[in-house]
Design a protein around this ligand. Structure first.
Ligand SMILES: Nc1ncnc2c1ncn2[C@@H]1O[C@H](COP(=O)(O)OP(=O)(O)O)[C@@H](O)[C@H]1O
Ligand SMILES: [Mg+2]
Length: 230
């Protein structure tokens, strides 16, 4: 029997903008089991990034609840809690968001150190960059890498945290389709090897169809699953 990793109940995320309330999420129920791969699919503005942020505990629900293994996902208040969280959940952000003054190696090593996995369990930064095919680029700065290479460093960085859950936000959004396919194939291969749960946000149905399940979002709502599979 699979284990429930995350559960969202009637989650609303509201932002006050110019005196009115904008609901990035408007009553989302969502459940994620350990080992699943799920696509969050919907047009720009539908709430994908906000939902990923709630799943990762970066954004607290304005209303409703978010549970990790049955316990509320609380805002991070201490460095110890941050380390604990980053050991469980890792992000591949849209546009990779590497630290520009650190080399590829240093970007991976820093995240690995910050998540407290230094010295046990995790692959070394060299191994991680080797796994994503960048053994020759350890000393390159982000500005010296192509978009696809930078995205692969971002994947190595996330996996260095040995996460239970990997959250990817439009991981191929800024890549040409061949490079994008290679990046997605790489995430699949690493998932087979390392066994993490995956949630990927995408507006591209071709990307969404790679995963076990598609959750369709529109205007901050989850649409019925039938609408996607029909
Ligand atoms: N910090 C914010 N302040 C105001 N509105 C926001 C904020 N973040 C997101 N939104 C709005 O919430 C909606 C969902 O945004 P987002 O989750 O980024 O969608 P997606 O990732 O699907 O493009 C959009 O209409 C967006 O403008
Ligand atoms: Mg987004």
């Amino acid at each position: 029997m699979s284990e429930r990793l995350l559960e969202l109940d009637a989650v609303v995320v509201a932002h006050a903008t110019a005196g009115t309330e904008v609901r990035a999420l408007d009553g989302v129920d969502f459940a994620l089991d350990a080992g699943e791969s799920v696509a969050l699919w919907g047009p720009s503005g539908s709430g994908k990034t906000t939902l990923l942020h709630v799943l990762g505990g970066l954004v607290p629900p304005t209303r409703g609840r978010a549970l990790w293994r049955g316990e509320p996902l609380l805002p991070i208040q201490t460095v110890a809690e941050l380390g604990h969280r980053t050991q469980r959940v890792a992000y591949v952000f849209q546009g990779s968001k590497l630290l520009p003054t650190l080399t590829a190696y240093e970007n991976v090593a820093f995240a690995r150190w910050a998540s407290g996995t230094n010295g046990h369990r995790a692959h070394s930064p060299d191994e991680l960059l080797g796994m994503v095919g960048l053994a020759a680029k350890l000393d390159a700065l982000p500005g010296e890498l192509s978009g696809g290479e930078a995205q692969r460093v971002a994947i190595a960085r996330a996996l260095g945290q040995t996460p239970e859950l990997l959250l990817c936000d439009e991981p191929t959004g800024q890549l040409d389709s061949d490079t994008g396919t290679r990046v997605l194939d790489l995430i699949d291969a690493l998932r087979e090897e390392l066994g993490f749960t995956l949630v990927t946000a995408t507006h591209d149905i071709g990307v969404a169809r790679r995963y076990d399940r598609i959750v369709e979002l529109e205007d901050g709502h989850v649409l019925a699953a039938e609408a996607v599979t029909a």
